[in-house]
Ligand binder design. Structure first.
Ligand code: PMP
Length: 299
């Protein structure tokens, strides 16, 4: 498959308040965010022109920046408006939206108090993280890399630097012939995949790890609400590999991954079943609803 490089595409990117031609949305190589990882981002999806849970994503973006010690200059309302505007400017209705905020190039050292904060928002067409075959179920390798202790890294932040671990884990998994990796937490419990949270069905109940050292995904919270609305019991807890061995179904939940069945983790097989299918369908229905209806259901 021919790759279309991300810096050589048609389109428009919202960049520090301006609509900029895609190929002109550049920054200097001596940018703090690049050298020291002082960058936070979001991954959002629009369905039929509506960005699903836009307010929650914007709130997390602002909070991710605060956790890295900086304030994004734009208000939440301005960021929401910019996300919608860039979607329109690119004539897209079904798309992935990527806001990123980062420290600029005024200082290039560990101390970065005087750097300016930049915000860029791009969007493009991206059907699903795992492609057309995802309903067959993805295969996850058990990664050697683990999610760090919350005192080691700002784990509640969607910080660019934390994806260094994800890329290492994912590359290792791909080298072993798997689609993605399941990472454990620093203390050995089941954590998350490299870009999505994980759920298991054990004895007819839904079990998912407590997100105490990784992202509490917006999709994760949505799936928990959908499951409870179906009368399913949802248990958030620390899950060991022995617990995982008793699970019959497993699936991933994330904005890019949506709800994706898992058919293998390491040497363990899972059979995507009724509960997974129901939640895949409920999520697919919910994302197509008008934002007011989505908000009403979450209340
Ligand atoms: N964990 C990681 C590492 C992720 O990158 C994502 C995707 N943002 C998630 C979990 C799921 O988060 P969300 O459902 O908010 O997209």
């Amino acid at each position: 498959m021919a790759l279309i490089p991300f810096d050589d595409r048609d389109g428009i990117i919202w960049f520090d308040g301006e609509m900029v031609a895609w190929r002109d949305a550049k920054l200097h190589v001596l940018t703090h965010g690049l050298h020291y990882g002082s960058a936070v981002f979001e991954g959002e999806r629009a369905y039929s022109g509506n960005i699903f849970k836009l307010e929650a994503h914007t709130e997390r973006l602002i909070n991710s920046a605060k956790l890295l010690g900086f304030d994004i200059p734009q208000s939440a309302a301005q960021i929401n408006a910019a996300c919608n505007a860039v979607l329109k400017a690119n004539n897209l209705v079904d798309a992935y939206i990527r806001p990123i905020a980062y420290r600029g190039s005024e200082q290039l050292a560990v101390s970065a108090q005087l750097t300016k904060i930049h915000l860029a928002i791009a969007c493009w067409s991206w059907p699903n993280l795992f492609g057309a075959d995802r309903m067959k179920g993805v295969r996850l390798a058990l990664a050697d890399w683990r999610r760090p202790h919350p005192q080691t890294a700002p784990t509640a932040s969607k910080a660019a630097g934390l994806y260094m671990i994800g890329t290492l884990a994912k590359h290792q998994a791909e080298a072993q012939g798997y689609t993605d990796a399941l990472m454990l937490t620093w203390d050995g419990y089941v954590g998350e995949a490299t870009g999505a949270n994980i759920f298991f069905v054990i004895d007819g109940k839904l079990h998912t790890p407590i997100p105490d050292c990784f992202l509490d995904g917006i999709t994760r919270r949505t799936v928990i609400a959908l499951a409870r609305a179906r009368g399913l019991e949802v248990i958030e807890r620390h899950i060991t590999l022995d617990d995982m061995a008793t699970a019959t179904e497993a699936f991933l939940a994330g904005t890019a991954a949506e709800v994706t069945p898992v058919r293998q983790i390491g040497t363990q097989d899972f059979t995507p079943g009724k509960i997974t299918e129901t939640l895949v369908a409920d999520y697919a229905d919910l994302v197509l609803m008008q934002p007011e209806e989505v908000a009403r259901r979450a209340a």
